[in-house]
Write a protein that binds this ligand. Sequence first.
Ligand code: UTP
Length: 408
Amino acid sequence: MTYQEAKALLESKGQEQLLKYYDTLDDAAQKDLLRQIENLDWSLFDALAHKGQTSARGHLEPLSAMEVSEIAAKEDYFRAIGLEAIRQGKIGAVLLAGGQGTRLGLDKPKGMLNVGITKTMYLFEILIGNLKRVTDAAGAYVPLYIMTSEKNNDDTTAFFAEHNYFGYPADQVKFFVQEMAPSVDFNGKILLEEPGRISLSPNGNGGWFSSIHKAGLLPEMHERGVEWLNVFAVDNVLQNIADPVAIGATLDGGYTSSGKVVRKADPDERVGVLCLEDGKPSIVEYYEMTDEIRNTRLENGELAYNFGVILNYLFRLDCLENILANNMPIHVVDKKIPYLDENGQLVKPETPNGCKFETLVVDMVHMMDDCLPTEVIRNKEFAPIKNLHGVDSLDSARELMRENNIEL
Ligand code: UTP
């Protein structure tokens, strides 16, 4: 793309600010900026018009979970099925580590956070430890695919190498990089983070499977005989990964997907709830719930929409491949985005100053034919670290780890 073409394009889109420093750049940087402009995905911008509006929902109905007591009654049976599937190589695990952890305010990958107090216990290390508990019991490894972003890939891969993959075999670990999307200010203007660099951020956690596909990892999954992927977040220190009991329950019931859920603490808890929408599994976010949905109770007094998701899902690989061509809905999310101000100075804002475009893994659940919610005991399996203090924080996660007799 030439300068003239870029200028005309940007003028037609109201984004001329991207060329403000063009004349100050050297040749290579000018070419690079033109390449970035050429690569912009303008279709994302349609989503800006609908920002803040929740898309119309279909007919919602409660979806009952397999509750803790039901799982406990068949635990050994389910575990045996799950361990056998692992031994047969049917299970892969996908760690979503492409996020930027802006709420935590780290300037390195979230997984490098040291959760320990008297000893070092990195988030990545804890997750690998949780996975190893299962692979030791199975006597077989689960291939681990780690999604990073362009922003944190080098740090993440170097960290794993430096720590010897925390005792997991390096040949069982594959990294892949997710795609990026431009960030905009609240007026929809694309931000620059350097005079010749458009502000790009990871495009949300919903693109993980298409990024696996683009990274060319599907043939090797098939060669290994992987039939299921357990996808999970980087920040829940207590989660069971490749949990043989949940795998067993899903396989035994003939489901195409399942999601770990926790019982809501109260009707107003801010979690997305797994339910049915027009007969298909779906996750309704807390801000989309009407009072009626929030408060409806079953005859036994329990909330009808009672089970919140914790970002730990199991998907059948062939079903994921079938939905590869589907467009994921784009969410416009307010975030703190470093940017160049009108004087060309880099500003790192303390409060959200713009928006990022993200696709979300929750939307993938709605593309499945069915999904089994498997209930887990909150205090044993759910300790996400989103903030340093307060709700879902390093403090609360440490408290829960202590409660579970984990030495810090
Ligand atoms: P969150 O939505 O909590 O985002 O991610 P985050 O980036 O960790 O933190 P904030 O919102 O900026 O404070 C949930 C999971 O999805 C992953 C994260 O790494 C985390 O495991 N994720 C999120 C990605 O892999 N890519 C993304 O673009 C966004």
